[in-house]
Ligand binder design. Structure first.
Ligand code: FES
Length: 148
């Protein structure tokens, strides 16, 4: 191998190595980001007794409200279906402070701009705590009995 061939191969391998390293870095970022934004997991919301004070008990820091009916509970997602702001409210219904959508106490749309009802989460009771399946939204409530 003469000097010219050596330099040409060196530049070629250097270019390919840099390209693969950059591409691998982008793929790694995408993979890690995907892991952050698909966090379907169970999170504890509150002790069960704290959700028994009203028919709808919001926990905005957890982005969820616990709805209590007929000795059953369900978990309503508090993210507005318009652009995702956290709605405020409770037993009388919910209001979005960002663009003014109004929702009923079961998440039904009273007025827009939101056109879809609030979503729901799976919920369970374990060790006296209410757990909600975050990152997985449902169109209907899945009621869980308080009887055990
Ligand atoms: S984000 Fe709620 S109305 Fe726009």
């Amino acid at each position: 191998m003469n000097r010219r061939e050596f330099l040409r191969k060196g530049l070629t391998f250097g270019f390919l190595g840099t390209t693969f390293a950059a591409f691998g870095s982008v793929l790694l970022d995408v993979w890690l980001a995907a892991g952050k934004f698909t966090p379907a997991h169970w999170q504890d919301v509150a002790p069960l007794r704290s959700a028994m004070s009203a028919s709808v008990v919001p926990f905005p820091e957890k982005r969820v409200a616990i709805v209590v009916r007929d000795r059953q509970i369900a978990a309503l997602n508090l993210e507005c279906t318009h652009l995702g702001c956290i709605v405020t409210g409770g037993s009388e219904g919910f209001f979005c402070p960002c663009h003014g959508s109004d929702f009923g106490p079961m998440g039904e749309v009273y007025s827009g701009p939101a056109s879809e009802p609030l979503k729901w989460h799976k919920v369970l009771i374990h060790d006296g705590l209410i757990w909600v399946r975050s990152g997985e939204k449902l169109d209907r409530p899945l009621w869980v009995s308080l009887e055990g």
